[in-house]
Design a protein around this ligand. Structure first.
Ligand SMILES: Nc1ncnc2c1ncn2[C@@H]1O[C@H](COP(=O)(O)OP(=O)(O)OP(=O)(O)O)[C@@H](O)[C@H]1O
Ligand SMILES: [Mg+2]
Length: 375
């Protein structure tokens, strides 16, 4: 598209005047522009200022193709994105150029009747220039962001795939000897019921087995696994878990209360749902043990016609607001020896069983809340 061709005699004179004062204009402008970039790109900015100045002279004296204006704007936008420079600076510098130029025009001796039209013309070119440059800059930045997100997602998937491979071989290497050691411990316990430390050993081995199956579960999330769903009484399941964690609860001097509906039944994979409560209770135990306080964990349920909601609360440290975004993501952990897959596994198991998990954390309590459909 072509802009209006200027014919008034004053326009030609003004064009000459601007050409004569080109260096002075650029010097004055360059003195006041903002350049914050790490790499000093003043020369490039001055060059772009010069090109824009020429386009304005063209707009005043003859024709200005909108394509020229657009391609300069796109070039500047690309340079700014490549140099990782702020677009705010650019807008400031362009508007600075506009106001110096308008001042220059009003002092050029051009007749009064023509001044307003020229100012309108200059403003419209600058507005269009800014529009093209900022739009392109935003598009390019969005594209970069998308590329970054794709990269992050891909890396994330790669890590999960590696974890999958790791855990499969891990399980092969460890499961068989572990099962046999656990069997022998059981025999030992039968033969020598008073043998010290045997309970500790078998509880530690159970934990190890649990960790291994947790890894295995993470690696199998997207594959079809054998369906082992059954009807489960929630109260019984939670009691099994608290019994399993009895040693840690006593060791941490934790007051634990549990009020679970005695009739609530859900349908699902027992060992998976057990893993959910184990993860959440182990997290609660870790949390309260971080502080030297009167340690409390409450497990409570509410049932309506369709769902059971189980709340596991503790009075340990608050979960920071920043963590909200990542807490259910794999590998997010604040613990020295944490793997950060506990909550990730919980969320996946619950979603698979048509349930959900949310949490709330304030100065008094941290509560993880699970909802599952009842039968
Ligand atoms: N009840 C809780 N109170 C405070 N912070 C918690 C609680 N539960 C989870 N968190 C925070 O969420 C993080 C992630 O928990 P998650 O269970 O996924 O991993 P982890 O416990 O660190 O490691 P693991 O894989 O052994 O479970 C924890 O490191 C902790 O910072
Ligand atoms: Mg955990």
């Amino acid at each position: 598209m072509e802009t209006n061709v200027q014919t008034g005699i004053g326009y030609i004179k003004l064009g000459d005047f601007l050409k004569e004062n080109e260096q002075e204009f650029l010097d004055l402008w360059e003195e006041q522009i903002i350049v914050h970039s790490a790499v000093d790109n003043r020369a490039q900015i001055r060059e772009n200022g010069y090109l824009m100045y020429q386009l304005i002279i063209n707009a005043i004296t003859s024709k200005l193709s909108e394509d020229d204006l657009r391609s300069l704007a796109h070039k500047v936008a690309q340079e700014r994105v490549d140099a990782n420079n702020n677009i705010g600076e650019f807008v400031y510098n362009v508007n600075l150029g506009r106001s110096i130029l308008i001042k220059c025009v009003t002092h050029s001796g051009i007749i009064l009747e023509e001044i307003q039209t020229i100012i309108d013309l200059i403003n419209s070119k600058f507005d269009l220039f800014c529009f093209y440059a900022v739009s392109r800059y935003t598009d390019l930045k969005d594209l970069k962001l998308q590329e970054k997100n794709v990269y992050i997602t891909q890396t994330h998937k790669d890590r999960l795939a590696i974890l999958g491979q790791m855990s499969s071989s891990f399980v092969h290497e460890f499961r068989n000897p572990l099962t046999s050691v656990m069997g022998f411990i059981k025999l030992l316990k039968n033969d020598y019921p008073n043998l010290p430390y045997v309970n500790v050993i078998s509880s530690e081995l159970e934990q190890l087995k649990f960790k291994i199956s947790q890894f295995l579960h993470t690696s199998k999330l997207n594959t079809v696994v054998e369906n082992r769903d059954e009807d489960i009484m929630i109260k019984g399941l939670i009691e099994e878990v608290t019994d399993f964690l009895y040693a840690s609860i006593v060791d941490g001097n934790i007051q634990i209360t549990s009020t679970i509906d005695a009739n609530a039944k859900v349908h699902g994979d027992r060992s998976e749902l057990k893993q959910v409560f184990l993860n959440l209770l182990m997290n609660a135990i870790d949390a309260v043990c971080e502080e030297d306080i009167y340690r409390v964990i409450n497990i409570h349920s509410e049932v309506n016609e369709e769902h059971i909601t189980i709340m596991i609360s503790n009075n340990g440290p608050t979960i920071s607001a920043d963590a909200a975004e990542f807490i259910f993501e794999p590998f997010y952990t604040t613990k020295k020896l944490g793997t950060g897959i506990g909550l990730f596994v919980c969320k996946n198991i619950l979603e698979k069983n048509h349930g959900k998990i949310v949490y709330n954390s304030d100065d008094d309590l941290t509560t993880f809340q699970i909802t599952l459909p009842i039968i």
